[in-house]
Design a protein around this ligand. Structure first.
Ligand SMILES: NC(=O)c1ccc[n+]([C@@H]2O[C@H](COP(=O)([O-])OP(=O)(O)OC[C@H]3O[C@@H](n4cnc5c(N)ncnc54)[C@H](OP(=O)(O)O)[C@@H]3O)[C@@H](O)[C@H]2O)c1
Length: 230
């Protein structure tokens, strides 16, 4: 539900032609082209914050900084050079030695761990802000979190995966639009994730999308959908 009380959520993902967002080993997905990386940066540059699942951070070890060109555009708009990189982790069990923690990015943590971030309290060296939610919850309570993020000044969020994070947001109907890059690969494998896992929707309950844009660049297709709520 898009309301003035919560941020606008844009999912940005690359998938293989058979719909997988990584291979059966859940290796960090790097099948998007250079053009897809430009596109990803462009989408990130529009956001005040990016949501990243802990599994994705563990797989890549880093996040994607915008780089000088996009940073300068944001500065010219009186915006911070980088959006806040918000890690979503039930456990907060993240290796503080990950290169991500050396990247010049603002970092926040959303967690259900009652101890918050176990490596040095709310040490700004790792996370500038740690938001801890009720540990009795199985999943991060987006109905509480999203208004909180909006109140903290985040109006637009880009959701960068992976599958578990996206599935939880989709299950609660919190996503507003989707940018999907279809890449010319076949990955197959029942353990390879698609971006929407879980029990799924019966066809009669399928969420409906409106195709806003479609662009082919060499062997990739960039699809832009918006949730159809009426
Ligand atoms: N193709 C692409 O564009 C793309 C983009 C991103 C990722 N990927 C791929 O996706 C794979 C990772 O996907 P994944 O499903 O394993 O990972 P994920 O969603 O990134 O991470 C799962 C972990 O994140 C935390 N988490 C996610 N949603 C949560 C929720 N609603 N409530 C509480 N905690 C939540 C939990 O952390 P804790 O374990 O810390 O409790 C959970 O174990 C990687 O192989 C990566 O390559 C592909």
């Amino acid at each position: 539900m898009s309301t003035p009380e919560r941020p606008w959520l844009t999912l940005v993902l690359a998938q293989s032609a058979d719909g997988k967002i990584s291979d059966f080993q859940r290796a960090p997905a790097r099948f998007g082209s250079a053009a897809d990386r430009v596109h990803l940066r462009e989408q990130i540059s529009k956001a005040d914050g990016v949501l990243i699942g802990a599994g994705t951070l563990r797989a890549y070890g880093t996040s994607l900084p915008l780089g000088e060109v996009w940073q300068n555009r944001r500065r010219a708009q009186n915006r911070p050079p980088e959006p806040v990189h918000i890690i979503c982790s039930r456990s907060a069990d993240l290796d503080p030695q990950l290169p991500f923690f050396q990247q010049p990015l603002p970092r926040w943590l959303l967690t259900l761990n009652p101890g918050g971030w176990p490596h040095g309290g709310d040490s700004p060296r790792h996370f500038e802000r740690v938001l801890t939610f009720a540990p009795e919850e199985e999943n991060l309570p987006w109905g509480l979190i999203l208004p909180r993020l909006k109140a903290l000044g985040l109006h637009r969020l880009a959701v960068l995966g992976g599958a578990e994070l996206v599935t939880s947001l989709a299950a609660g109907d919190w996503l507003d639009e989707i940018w999907l890059t279809v890449c010319p690969y076949l990955l197959g494998g029942t353990t390879a994730p698609t971006f929407l896992e879980g029990a799924g929707f019966a066809e009669a309950q399928a969420r409906r999308l409106r195709l806003l844009e479609l662009e082919r660049r060499e062997n990739e297709v960039f699809l832009h959908y918006q949730y159809q709520r009426d």
